[in-house]
Design a protein around this ligand. Structure first.
Ligand code: NAD
Length: 417
């Protein structure tokens, strides 16, 4: 079995280099586009509820701002590393360009298991992290959003800390906020909806139907949980789902509402009363039509890619497939809708939220979904056309489209001074 480098930034660079080669970019442009513009690491001292102090480490990376302010989520997870944040920031650059949004790419992360903190400790951690990165964020500079284990409440604390420091309310500094604070209708479901919209396009191209399709989803949070409900409503059979502790498999189909009720009751999906408990590894290899990794990076690797049985894989998570696995899947005729297209519904509705905050005019959910659908369809078609032109996978097409757009913006702006 080939040994793979699983460093996410090395993986992100590999995908970038493939596109740079297809586009015949010169060495200077390659260096500019592959190097993060800003990398910040901060220490975050937090007073714990027992009056002791702990220091956490946080990062914020702005990868590229040629097409607009950096945009990207904040992750709270014990395994966060600077290279993971750099990779996620660069994927945001390519994702925003792929969807033709007027943003660059950024990402943040704090090395912490938020489940081990009280709500008050989480609030103090969030506010101090915000205060440490505050000179570098702002509605026209770098705009955070939720990611793994961060949510609208955390976005509200970021917005409040920023606004209190600046002396005026600034809604546009962060997206994924609660509705009461300038959040957008439809933002909670946006990532799942976006995956659903591109799945419809891919199914049409592959002469498959979502109705009746067997679907396995790894990760049952914002991305995976909403997607399960949306595909279930559309007639798909959700046969397996999982969370960090494991999952459940039922070939007859699972009810997403009952799964969510089980999960919000604080229990793992592996203890769901119907079906059979399975591991995350087993879930990926089930005989399904559609597989959706919706948790973390490096889930489909050279080790298991030859055993993936799904015909269609939609990457709701960022970076779930390694380059070697990607090659194996392509050779085996498996279609992968890449992360920078598949999960772009979240940042697209974040863009709509930012627009609504600026104009102080808020849309209803139907309008949000209508705009989202048109953005996702347009991006899918451009990616499919580019892939056909370069005779490569959808991932190859998505990267060529995105890298070309950022390179063009860089060229016409010129390099200062
Ligand atoms: P979340 O915090 O809402 O949920 C994460 C889910 O993953 C939980 O169910 C958790 O139990 C599960 N999980 C964690 N570790 C796991 C593991 N090792 N194996 C299996 N499951 C595991 O996070 P989210 O916002 O749904 O993000 C999930 C993925 O989607 C991430 O890769 C994120 O970057 C990506 N994403 C999210 C959004 C968004 O809008 N939330 C947008 C684009 C991409």
């Amino acid at each position: 079995m080939p040994r793979e480098n699983l460093n996410p930034f090395v993986i992100a660079q590999t995908y970038f280099k493939q596109a740079a080669t297809r586009l015949q970019l010169d060495d200077g442009m390659r260096a500019i586009l592959s190097t993060p513009k800003r990398v910040l690491t901060v220490s975050i001292p937090v007073r714990m509820d027992d009056n002791s102090y702990k220091v956490f480490i946080g990062h914020r990376v702005a990868h590229n701002m040629s097409r607009g302010p950096a945009k990207g989520g904040i992750r709270f997870h014990p395994d966060v590393t600077i290279d993971e944040v750099k990779a996620l920031a660069s994927w945001m650059t390519w994702k925003c360009a792929c969807l033709d949004l007027p943003f660059g790419g950024g990402k943040g992360g704090v090395v912490v298991d938020p489940h081990k903190l009280s709500i008050h400790e989480r609030e103090r951690l969030t506010r101090r992290y915000t205060s440490e990165i505050l000179p570098f964020i702002g509605p026209d500079q770098d705009i955070p959003a939720p990611d793994v284990y961060t949510d609208p409440q955390i976005m509200a604390w970021i917005m409040d800390t920023y606004s209190m420091t600046k002396g005026s309310t600034s809604l546009g500094v962060v997206t994924g906020k609660p509705l009461a604070l300038g959040g957008s209708k439809g933002r909670d479901k946006a990532t799942g909806r976006g995956v659903q919209f591109v799945l419809r396009q891919a199914c049409k191209a592959m002469k498959m139907s979502i109705k009746g399709a067997k679907v396995a989803i790894q990760g049952y949070g914002n991305a995976g949980g909403h997607l399960a409900s949306l595909l279930h409503e559309e007639g798909a059979r959700i046969v397996a789902v999982s969370d960090s502790k494991g999952g459940v498999h039922d070939p007859k189909g699972l009810d997403p509402a009952k799964l969510m009720a089980h999960k919000t009751g604080g229990k793992s999906l592996k203890t769901f009363p119907s079906g059979q408990a399975i591991t995350n590894k087993q879930l990926l290899e089930l005989p399904v039509d559609i597989l959706v990794p919706a948790a973390l990076e490096n889930q489909i690797t050279a080790n298991n890619a030859s055993r993936i049985r799904a015909k269609l894989i939609a990457e709701a998570a960022n970076g779930p497939t390694t380059p070697l696995a990607d090659e194996i899947l392509f050779k085996r005729g498996r279609v992968v809708i890449p992360d920078i297209l598949a999960n772009a519904g979240g940042v697209t509705v974040s863009y709509f939220e930012w627009v609504q905050d600026f104009s102080s005019f808020f849309w209803n959910e139907d309008v949000v979904d209508l705009h989202l659908e048109s953005y996702m369809i347009r991006a899918y078609q451009s990616v499919a056309e580019t892939a056909a032109k370069y005779k490569c996978s959808l991932r190859g097409g998505a990267y060529v489209l995105a890298v070309d757009r950022v390179a063009e913006a860089t060229r016409v702006r010129g390099i200062f001074p």
